[in-house]
Design a protein around this ligand. Sequence first.
Ligand SMILES: NC(=O)c1ccc[n+]([C@@H]2O[C@H](COP(=O)([O-])OP(=O)(O)OC[C@H]3O[C@@H](n4cnc5c(N)ncnc54)[C@H](OP(=O)(O)O)[C@@H]3O)[C@@H](O)[C@H]2O)c1
Length: 240
Amino acid sequence: MKALITGGSGALGASLKKFFNGAFCPAHEEMDITDAAAVNKSILSYEPSILIHAAAATDVRWCEENRAKAWLINVEGTQNIVNALKKLNGNCYMIYMSTACVFAGEHEKYYTEEDEPYPKNYYSLTKLCGEMVSRQCPNTCIIRTNFAPKKQWKHPKAFIDRFGTYLFSDNVAQGIYDVCKKKENGIIHIVGDKRISMYELAVLAGSKSIGKIKLDEHKGPPLTVDMSLSTVRWKKYRIQ
Ligand SMILES: NC(=O)c1ccc[n+]([C@@H]2O[C@H](COP(=O)([O-])OP(=O)(O)OC[C@H]3O[C@@H](n4cnc5c(N)ncnc54)[C@H](OP(=O)(O)O)[C@@H]3O)[C@@H](O)[C@H]2O)c1
């Protein structure tokens, strides 16, 4: 596999590098995905056989408050990548990283690949629009998932009443590697085999002295309450 990974410096990127040895991971400064010329230069000179598009603006509050920039990165940035891949005449397989947050997040719904998305905030909307853009490439797989790196939680508190079928980023990278080997197309949910709260996830990740927070204490954009997914197309993974 001659792989190119966008977002290589991010949480998932760090895990992907462990599974895709020797992958080309251009830094943000080298290939800003909002810069079509820079995207063309990197992709057309490297000619990857697999491109994993994991770069995105991921902070929900920032996306809500900086809508034009969030659209530029998450939607138009994806379009720049798709435009470059079209020039490789369909010779490159693309993974588009999406999120469980494209769904409304009703209590214990366990959304499958066949359910209708209904984003609750601007970040989720841009990720769904990015999915639509990525579908312009016939050789694409959209992966929806939900994860955290296995390390100290990045916030002082974690929600006890937001849930998901979470995984650690290494588990998701393993899943992406498995999907790439089979070159699956369409939408695939990479999910954990149990539903846990964000607080439980933070504790499992090894966070020390993490505080608890409830949704009614949250001030900011609407959040997806239950990000639990199921899958009718793929296996489930055990969080580890
Ligand atoms: N974390 C989750 O729970 C979760 C769940 C489901 C799906 N996802 C999706 O999975 C992917 C990876 O998420 P993550 O948590 O690993 O994200 P992250 O840690 O926030 O990293 C985002 C990455 O995107 C890069 N980036 C941002 N803007 C860019 C631009 N204009 N040009 C080039 N690179 C840019 C960042 O580079 P710099 O840091 O150098 O700017 C960084 O490498 C994203 O597509 C996200 O939407 C995440």
